[in-house]
Design a protein around this ligand. Sequence first.
Ligand code: 5GP
Ligand code: ZN
Length: 112
Amino acid sequence: MEDCSFCKIIDGTIPAKKLYEDDICVAFNDTKPLAPTHFLVVPKRHIGSAVELTDDDAMMVGHIFAVISLLTQIFGISDGYRVVTNCGKSAGQTVHHLHFHVLAGKELGTFN
Ligand code: 5GP
Ligand code: ZN
């Protein structure tokens, strides 16, 4: 999609050091990390946010969580990490292409 920075990373127009890539998704480090490990896993198909997901996306979402599991094992953070997807402006979403933050490497605290 035009004017979507993550679509541009996926097609190579915006550079990013990709940590992982397959037909369904891509993973790259966040440019403004909030933890010692902070990467994003993004579906290649443009989807605005989690609110647009339907049952038809079950395989894609399951696959992304399997990729997250794989990457956390490779990066040695599988003993403790957080997966976050911000959905909508009021939840802090700034890039309107579905993405899953993976954070680890510090005490992340609890949600209240
Ligand atoms: P959101 O706030 O939408 O949940 O998260 C978007 C995230 O994408 C932010 O943490 C931001 O730092 C990251 N980000 C925004 N633009 C770029 C970019 O061009 N490259 C990379 N690697 N990360 C980006
Ligand atoms: Zn996009």
